[in-house]
Design a protein around this ligand. Structure first.
Ligand SMILES: Nc1ncnc2c1ncn2[C@@H]1O[C@H](COP(=O)(O)OP(=O)(O)O)[C@@H](O)[C@H]1O
Ligand SMILES: O=C(O)C1=C[C@@H](OP(=O)(O)O)[C@@H](O)[C@H](O)C1
Ligand SMILES: [Mg+2]
Length: 181
């Protein structure tokens, strides 16, 4: 039944586990996995910190919108987006209309622990990353909620258990959809 589920797009804050859970989910479903950050890095030939340093956040967001537009048109993929992908109205439309959007929701304290040692997120390379994460959550949580078809809380749940929960929810969604066919 899950073969009929269209592409699955993961959204949520930095450290929610989009890249980790997305990769595992794609494996379970035998689908192609793409991470929009990796795709942008491949297209640019440079990493995210370099893009932010040379082109600013605006330059990165322009690249991100092109990536989201292209990737959401691929059939039957699992796509992990970056935490800020929902900021542009255009991106939210591409995501919501072209597949099943899953919001991985994580409390700020967990986001902070999971992102602490990683220098690859330019927005958090400053003295008070907790304050940044709190402010981003305040602004972005309503946008994640708006764009999502499924909301999945992630606290102290292992990634493989997240995948099991997600597969159950996808089955429910796909059973409901088939009722109206
Ligand atoms: N459910 C989880 N439980 C524990 N650690 C996790 C979980 N999901 C992700 N992680 C870890 O948190 C870090 C950030 O995960 P990542 O998948 O890169 O998040 P995102 O792509 O949402 O920013 C990684 O080190 C990853 O191993
Ligand atoms: O929240 C954001 O604005 C960002 C999140 C990052 O992706 P992850 O959410 O996968 O960490 C990456 O796209 C970039 O550093 C900006
Ligand atoms: Mg990621």
């Amino acid at each position: 039944m899950l073969e009929e589920v269209p592409s699955i797009f993961l959204v949520g804050p930095m450290g929610a586990g989009k890249t980790t859970v997305g990769r595992l989910l794609a494996k379970q479903l035998s689908r192609e996995f793409v991470d929009s950050d990796w795709y942008i890095e491949m297209q640019t030939g440079a990493d995210i910190p370099w893009i932010f340093a040379k082109e600013g956040e605006a330059g990165f967001r322009a690249r991100e919108t092109r990536a989201i537009d292209e990737l959401t048109q691929r059939p039957n993929i699992v796509l992990a987006t970056g935490g800020g992908a929902v900021m542009a109205e255009e991106n939210r439309r591409y995501l919501h209309e072209r597949g099943i959007v899953v919001y991985l929701n994580a409390p700020v304290d967990i986001q902070l622990i999971r992102t602490a040692k990683d220098k690859s997120r330019p927005l958090l390379q400053q003295p008070n990353p907790k304050k940044v994460l709190q402010e981003l959550y305040r602004i972005r949580d309503p946008l994640y909620q708006e764009v999502a078809h499924i909301v999945l809380p992630t606290g102290h749940t292992y990634p493989r258990h997240m995948v099991q929960q997600l597969l159950t929810q996808l089955q429910v969604l796909s059973a409901e959809a088939s009722k109206y066919e």
